[in-house]
Structure formats: C-alpha cells, structure tokens
Design a protein around this ligand. Structure first.
Ligand code: AMP
Length: 393
C-alpha cells in the first residue's frame, strides 16, 4: 500500500523537501527552498517531470518556505501520512528514529552544542512544519543513530576519560541514514538477512565517510565528534596531526575559529588541488595534466584505501566493499585507483563492470574470482527517512 511521507531536511538558509512513497521509495516530488533570509529567497519544485521556481517574499525564513511547500503539496492532492525530519545530531540519547514531542525537541536542542550549524536549523524546521501539518506524526531521523552500536574501543578517543564523562567527547559518526540504506540494499542484493551482512561502506560525496558494519551493526566509522575527521573531503581536511591547529594559529596569526574555518572550508580536495572541491572537475583537470588535481585525487584514494584496509581488521567474513555518494556512484576512476591498493590481496576489478556502474546503475564491479566483492549502490537517504517516519503513521 502507498504511504506518502513528507521528508524535510532543514539547513540554516535552506529546506530540502520531498514526498516519498515509503513502500516503493518512489519520489513523487522533490524540491529546495533556498537563500532563506536573503532578498532572493525562493522555492524550486520538481513534480511530474516539470520544474517550477517560486519567489518568496524578501528575507523569507523557514516559516514562509514551509507554508509555501505545504501549499504546493496540497495542490497535488497527495495526502501524506507522516513528516520525516533529518536531524544531524542525536548524541547518545537517540539510537533510532522517534516521534517528536516536547522532550525530543528539548533533547535536539541540548545536542545543538555538538552540531551548532545543523541542529538549531533542524529544530526550526520541526517547529514550523508542525504548524503546517498539525495532525500528522512528526518523526526525527538522526544521522548519528546508526552508529550507536559502536563498541567503546571504537568510539572513545585516547583523551582523559573525564572529557567523555563530563563533556560527551567521543566519536559519533554522520551519514548514518546513507550507510543504513547501503547495508539494507546490500543485504537484499546478496539475499542475506541484514543481521548476517558484513560490509565496509564508503559514502563519498562532498562529505565522505567509511563505515564498518558487522552482522548488521555499525562497529566503526571515520567521521568523529564532528564531520571533520577521517577521509579527505571536498573542502574538509579529514585526519591531520592534532597539534596542527595550534601550530597554524601561531604561524598564521589566526584565531581558533579562523583555523577551524580553514580546516572545514579551504582544505580537502580544494585545498590540495588549489583548483576545485569538485571531483569531476578535478578528474578533467588531471587528464589535462594539472599537477594539483593529480595529487589531490591520489591523496583522496590513498586515504580512502587506508581506511578500508584498516576496517578489514574489524570485519571478518566481509561480504562486500560498497561505494556510494556522488563520487562513489559515478567515479569509476576513484574506485579503480582505490581498489588498486588491494590488488596484492587479490582484489580484482572488472573494468567493464566498473565503467558501467555510473549515473544511477547498481551492481558488482569486481571479477567473479575476486576474493572480496565490491559493489556500487546509489544511496537514497530520503527513502530511509520516509520508511522510518511511516512506522509511526
Ligand atoms: P554529493 O555530495 O553526494 O552530491 O557528491 C558530490 C560529489 O560527487 C562532487 O565532488 C562531484 O564532483 C562528484 N561527482 C558527481 N558526478 C561525478 C562524476 N560523473 N564523476 C566524478 N565525480 C562526480
């Protein structure tokens, strides 16, 4: 039976929205309200193959955007059964999706210190959407929830224990809904139950993370207390020597906030290549011999391979390594370079399959006799949110 769910992802100046049938995963409508708080605030909506852009009033914020979005949805005649909200940080409190009440709102607020750019915007979205849809269940789906199964030896940092007890400093992980989708879909592709499935899942988009999943449970992941740790990302540095921020403050005469900005927005592929944060643009430049692009892609793949290799210690009876996200789903070059680091372990890519699996194609990319299977599975975070929200309808 069809179960249409409104899926909302509220940022500080944007609202990404979709109507997803939780049963089939089909997106009836997708859209984006952007430039909220600016002169050119607008809502763009795609419905039945047609795209329409609607101007909002000058400096319109979330409330006006969500009013317009609910008007657009009402005009289609779709009757949603629930509203699913992406919430970035659920701390240690939320191990799964929950129906939102006042205590949940307060807990999301309390987690805002750990995700100051995201949780307040998520909460604003929840509060305004409740006005637009007062009679529907509103459900919070947390990016961090999937990782709450990690053991202490994976989530504790080697810092004084009191920092964990008193300040909740630990690894939380992000991109949880994407890794969950990859787990469920891999299990179904391999005809296994989820709790028998062991994978290493690489979500490679503008933000990147690798997660080790053993028998359906996340046991380690590369993003940490914040989404800065781990892999090289579009503009984020990933792992560096932890004393570097102090060294950089001294050398550059910048304050802590400025260094944090440098690590988050001026580093990664952009910082190394001195050209772009966009993998596709870098691949094109590398082909023309751009030195920065060549080394940026090499570092990206080497770091990724190191993480995948590292997670092999945690994943006995590994069923598959799976690539997803804009880069993972589309870049046969990145997959080939990364898996090249495992050729001495016998991992054998099938070049044709690797080239085929782009632009939404799903399937295995390794040869039949490869000891470890590698897959490409396009992610669908909105569907996971819709499925989890529909449980409360
Ligand atoms: P996402 O954040 O998941 O939308 O992913 C964005 C990243 O995917 C950007 O770095 C894009 O350059 C990259 N990407 C998208 N399509 C391709 C492609 N065909 N080849 C290489 N990278 C791509």
């Amino acid at each position: 039976m069809k179960k249409d769910v409104v899926v909302l992802n509220c940022g500080s100046s944007s609202v990404k929205f979709a109507i997803i049938d939780a049963t089939s995963g089909e997106a009836q409508m997708t859209g984006l309200a952007e430039s909220l708080g600016n002169q050119d605030a607008s809502v763009t909506v795609k419905y039945k193959g047609e795209k329409q852009k609607i101007a909002l009033s000058e400096n319109a914020m979330h409330a006006e955007a969500l009013e317009e979005i609910s008007r657009i949805i009402a005009k289609t005649g779709v009757e949603p059964v629930a509203v699913g909200h992406r919430v970035v940080h659920g701390g240690e409190k939320f191990k799964q999706a929950v129906q939102i009440d006042e205590s949940v709102e307060q807990a999301i607020q309390e987690c805002a210190a750990m995700a100051p750019l995201h949780n307040p915007a998520n909460l604003t979205g929840i509060l305004t959407a409740k006005t637009a849809y007062p009679s529907l269940p509103h459900v919070a789906v947390f990016d961090t929830a999937f990782f709450q199964s990690m053991p202490q030896h994976a989530y504790l940092y080697a810092l004084p224990r009191a920092l964990y007890r008193d300040h909740a400093i630990r690894r939380y992980g992000f991109h949880g809904t994407s890794h969950k989708y990859i787990l469920d879909t891999t299990a179904s592709e391999l005809n296994k139950s989820v709790d028998e499935t062991t994978i290493i899942s690489a979500h490679l988009g503008n933000g990147c993370s690798v997660t080790a999943v053993v028998k359906g449970k996340a046991v380690d992941t590369s993003l940490g207390f914040t989404p800065l740790e781990g892999l090289v990302m579009g503009t984020r540095c990933g792992d560096i020597d932890p004393s570097l921020p102090t060294v950089l403050q001294q050398k550059l005469g910048k304050n802590a906030e400025e260094i944090n900005k440098l690590l988050n927005t001026e580093s990664g592929l952009l910082g190394i290549s001195e050209l772009s944060n966009d993998c596709r643009a870098l691949e094109e430049a590398a082909e023309q011999g751009h030195e920065g692009a060549i080394i940026a892609l090499e570092i990206f793949c080497y770091r990724l391979a190191k993480y995948i290799g590292g997670y092999m210690v945690a994943t006995p009876d590994l069923d598959a390594i799976v690539f997803t996200g804009g880069i993972g789903e589309n870049s046969s070059l990145i997959r080939e370079k990364t898996l090249g680091y495992f050729s001495h372990l016998g991992v054998k890519l099938d070049a044709d399959k690797n080239l085929d699996k782009r632009f939404g194609a799903q399937g295995e990319i390794t040869a039949a006799d490869s000891p470890i299977a590698c897959w490409v599975i396009p992610t669908n975070e909105e569907w996971v949110i819709a499925q989890q929200a529909a449980q409360f309808a």
